[in-house]
Structures are given as structure tokens and as C-alpha cells.
Design a protein around this ligand. Structure first.
Ligand SMILES: C[S@@+](CC[C@H](N)C(=O)[O-])C[C@H]1O[C@@H](n2cnc3c(N)ncnc32)[C@H](O)[C@@H]1O
Length: 376
């Protein structure tokens, strides 16, 4: 498919009032955080053919100040600029072209969004303790990255496996031109019929595609066809539901209201953000076996006591705050009928909640690995 540049703006706006309630640090004070137990051992359960691993609990740090400062937020962003954030493009804010697809992908594909994706890649890298994948690959020959975004994962995989051919596809041709010789990018709509040769990939990798995909069972069936017998599919997807275990996240906060609008918006366009727990069923129905599911708690700010999880939360906060407007605009205008000024008022409160040290939220992040049987 051709790789000409996208230009379409997001859809139009109509007003609907919203009244977010700010959260005072006092009102949001944790009650049980100080008494939390130390991180628990991994909790593994086996049900039928699905093994679920729950990673340790998070324990909250005790702070004297009430909010993360601008410089704390900024330090996580700027410390990355020389490493993972150099895949930049000089265009203004933009969305993918509607000319090649009728899909409603909700995020922009501009420089600010690409920076957020690269920050998010770093968060994923950290939370997986420096691993790019969990599937047990042995001399892979072909790897497919579905919805590659900036291509950062595909580039690092091509470097890590120089003997493999890596392919990254996406609606938008936003990937860098100068990439490792064993990597190619394709413009493609992955909800349409795949044209890859059946039984040809050692790994089909899918990350942060919730909110983009309307028909997950179909996508995973196409992945099954594309994977070699004995090969793997791997998914790393959040359930996008803001949670807290210590009573520190008031339901009437602007952040909680934002979370409801966000997941409701995705449901409104038919591409749910919170269907992730169902993926083991979809994988099994597609024909995959040996399904393993790991659930990471992904903190949304550096509230954890544990140094590693604090770092994860810091970068996650920076990515979340940087992406907040992009994550909100399409759903909030088209599905909820909010005006841009209304959204900006809400987002100002949401940013305050995100920086509030007394609020300890996290997302569940699901990592699935599943194998195509040798003899299908
Ligand atoms: C949230 S980003 C994640 C990018 C990348 N997987 C990562 O984890 O960094 C989702 C990406 O999927 C792409 N996308 C959305 N719908 C798509 C579709 N139907 N076909 C191909 N790509 C799609 C978007 O253009 C965007 O680059």
C-alpha cells in the first residue's frame, strides 16, 4: 500500500456541560496505605489451559508535599530525550488519513503523540524489567508488529534479532525512514483481511491497540493464521480502568469522571478499552494453546515505595499528562458532545489529580503469550 501523508482533522464538536469536582489532597488522603503489607510473592493460578500470574502488590510512599511539582513531572520527560525520544517529526498536530480506512482511530499521529508513544514504550520496557517480549523465541526468522506506531518496538527487535525480518504495520506512515536493514514498515488497516503469507511469522506482537480494534476475535484469528505452527502471539494491553486499592481515589474526582468518559467514549465508537481480560477466551477460540496471562499493576504516578515501581510510575505520569489532551479530544467531542473549552476545564482538574501525591491509581496491564500448536 502507498505511504502518502495523512491530513484529516478530528471530527466536529458540540457542547454538553460537565462539572468536574477538584480533589483536595486532604479529602483524598490514603487511609490504608501506611499499613500496606510489603510486596507479595507472585500469585499464579491455573484454570484450564490459562495460567494467570499476578505481579506483586504496590505499596505507597509517604510524602510530606501534596503534589508532584512541574519539575518532577518534567524530569521524567527530559531524561528520556536523548535516548528513546529521538524519532521525531516536524509536522503540526494531525490524525491519520481517512482515505485509506473507515476506521475511527482516536489518537492523533503528530509529533506530540509520537513522543507519548515513545515514552509509553519506555514505561513498558521498565515494567517488563528491560524485556522487549516474553514469548520464548529461538532464532526467529519473521516477526510482525501490529499497529507499530512510531516503530520503536520493531526497531529495537530488529536490532536484537539481526537475522530476523521484522515487519511493522500501521494506518499512518509516521515511522522513521532510516531503520535497520532487516526492518520494513507497511501502511495497512489491520482490521481488514491480512495479506501476509499464512504460517509465516515466529511472533505476531500486539501492544496498546485497545481502543483501536473493534473486532478482537477476528484480529486474533488473523494472527493465528499468520503465525507459524509452534510460533507465538503476544499482547501487552491495559484494561484502561483507573483503580486504587487504598481508598485514595474519590469517585467524584475529576480524574474518576475522566476515566468514565474515556472508557465510555471508546465503547461509544465500538472499540472498547476495557475488554482486555477477555483476550484469553478470544485466543483459545482462535486456536492458540499454552495461553499465559500476566497482570502488572501499572501505577499512574510515582506513588509506590518500591524504587523500581516509583520510576515506572514517574514515566507513566509524564506520558499520561503529555497524552491527556490527545486521549480525550476525539471521544469527548464526538461521543460525549463536549466542547473543547469544556474539555480543557476538565483536563486542568484532571492534571491536578494526576499530580496529587495522595491519589494512588493504577491500571491493570495484561501480558498474554500464546502458542500455535505444531500440528493445527
Ligand atoms: C496507541 S498506538 C500503539 C503503537 C505501538 N503498538 C506501541 O505500543 O508503541 C496505536 C497504533 O495503532 C495504529 N492503528 C490504529 N488502528 C489501526 C488499524 N486499524 N490498522 C493499523 N494500525 C492501526 C495507530 O495508527 C497507532 O499508531
Amino acid at each position: 500500500m502507498s505511504t502518502s501523508g495523512p491530513t484529516s482533522p478530528p471530527k466536529s464538536v458540540s457542547p454538553k456541560p460537565v462539572s468536574p469536582k477538584p480533589v483536595s489532597p486532604k479529602a483524598a488522603s490514603p487511609t490504608s496505605a501506611a499499613a500496606s503489607p510489603p510486596p507479595a510473592a507472585l500469585d499464579v493460578t491455573v484454570q484450564g489451559d490459562v495460567t494467570t500470574t499476578l505481579h506483586p502488590e504496590l505499596e505507597a510512599e509517604t510524602y510530606t508535599e501534596s503534589a508532584y511539582s512541574e519539575s518532577e513531572v518534567g524530569s521524567y520527560t527530559t531524561s528520556l530525550s536523548s535516548s528513546v525520544m529521538h524519532y521525531r517529526f516536524e509536522n503540526g498536530r494531525r490524525y491519520h488519513s481517512q482515505s485509506m480506512t473507515d476506521t475511527n482511530y482516536f489518537l492523533p499521529n503528530d509529533e506530540a503523540e509520537n513522543d507519548r508513544l515513545d515514552l509509553n514504550h519506555h514505561v513498558m520496557f521498565l515494567i517488563q524489567k528491560g524485556k522487549l517480549h516474553a514469548a520464548p523465541l529461538k532464532d526467529p526468522q519473521r516477526i510482525l508488529d501490529v499497529g507499530t506506531g512510531t516503530g520503536i518496538w520493531a526497531i529495537e527487535m530488529a536490532d536484537e534479532y539481526p537475522m530476523a525480518n521484522v515487519v511493522g504495520n500501521d494506518l499512518s506512515p509516521i515511522q522513521p525512514r532510516w531503520v535497520p536493514p532487516n526492518l520494513t514498515f507497511e501502511v495497512d488497516d489491520v482490521e481488514k483481511e491480512w495479506t501476509h503469507k499464512p504460517d509465516s511469522f515466529d511472533l505476531v506482537y500486539i501492544r496498546y491497540m485497545v481502543g483501536s480494534i473493534k473486532d478482537w476475535p477476528k484480529l486474533l484469528k488473523q494472527a493465528y493464521t499468520a503465525v507459524k505452527p509452534g510460533g507465538y502471539v503476544e499482547l501487552l494491553e491495559p484494561d484502561s480502568t483507573l483503580r486504587s486499592d487504598d481508598g485514595s481515589f474519590p469517585e467524584d474526582s475529576a480524574l474518576a469522571e475522566w476515566g468514565r468518559l474515556f472508557t465510555g467514549g471508546a465503547r461509544g465508537i465500538g472499540a472498547p478499552l476495557d475488554d482486555t481480560p477477555k483476550f484469553s477466551d478470544y485466543l483459545r477460540d482462535a486456536g492458540f494453546t499454552d495461553i499465559s496471562r500476566e497482570i502488572f499493576k501499572l501505577p499512574n504516578s510515582p506513588w509506590a515505595k518500591d524504587a523500581h515501581m516509583k520510576e515506572v510510575g514517574g514515566y507513566q505520569m509524564a506520558a499520561f499528562i503529555e497524552g491527556l489532551e490527545a486521549l480525550s479530544l476525539f471521544f469527548f467531542t464526538t461521543v460525549h458532545g463536549m466542547s473543547v473549552p469544556e474539555i480543557e476545564i476538565l483536563l486542568a482538574q484532571v492534571r491536578k489529580d494526576m499530580k496529587n501525591k495522595a491519589i494512588h491509581t493504577y491500571f491493570n496491564l495484561f501480558r498474554y503469550v500464546a502458542r500455535k500448536p505444531e500440528t493445527a
